[in-house]
Design a protein around this ligand. Structure first.
Ligand SMILES: CC(=O)SCCNC(=O)CCNC(=O)[C@H](O)C(C)(C)COP(=O)(O)OP(=O)(O)OC[C@H]1O[C@@H](n2cnc3c(N)ncnc32)[C@H](O)[C@@H]1OP(=O)(O)O
Length: 155
């Protein structure tokens, strides 16, 4: 029987799964760490992907301005990468952004090809307002950021 993949908004019952997933990538320097308390506070910004009811991926939308939002904390658990679930999560996040009336979606990432396949293009980091960099104070690489900025403008 084929596995059922679904995307949905996260709830407080997902905090532990999100914490574990993000912590794993934070240790590899791919994501910023998020405490359980912070996740609880920001849970309304998160979406999750489930396979047969088990959380295998997540992503979040962080509002940066009246029309600009950032995709953050996007990742799959081991064994679930490369199965098209990331594409589904991004689609879901873009739909969420649209419903919130936000038409410019950006991300800072190393997975540039993945975002390009989802209709984003590489842009100069300098085009974003100062506000974008609020989270960077928590990043070990803040003075040597090598992530690439990508942007998608929604119709
Ligand atoms: C803003 C941020 O949060 S950036 C952090 C991004 N997260 C990470 O780097 C964590 C590690 N990676 C992952 O968790 C996942 O691989 C993700 C989120 C990047 C992509 O999710 P997946 O489910 O693996 O991607 P999916 O299977 O939908 O792949 C879609 C396409 O992107 C490509 N792709 C997937 N991951 C990557 C990557 N890291 N770099 C480049 N291309 C990629 C795939 O080859 C695939 O191409 P295809 O459609 O021609 O086959």
């Amino acid at each position: 029987m084929q596995a059922v993949v679904t995307c949905r908004k996260a709830g407080t019952q997902d905090v532990e799964a999100l914490f574990t997933l993000i912590e794993g990538y934070a240790r590899q320097g791919i994501m910023l760490p998020r405490s359980r308390a912070a996740l609880e506070r920001m849970i309304h910004t998160f979406v999750v992907a489930e396979v047969d009811g088990v959380v295998v991926g997540c992503g979040s939308l962080f509002k940066l301005g009246t029309d600009l939002v950032e995709i953050r904390s996007l990742g799959m658990t081991d064994g679930y990468r490369g199965l098209g679930i990331g594409n589904k999560l991004v689609e879901f996040l873009l739909q969420e952004a649209k419903e919130q009336g936000l038409h410019k979606v950006m991300a800072l990432t190393y997975a540039v090809n993945f975002f390009e396949r989802n209709g984003f293009h590489v842009v100069n980091k300098e085009i974003f307002p100062e506000k974008v960099w609020t989270d960077c104070v928590n990043c070990a690489k803040q003075h040597a950021c090598d992530e690439i900025a990508v942007l998608k403008v929604l119709n």
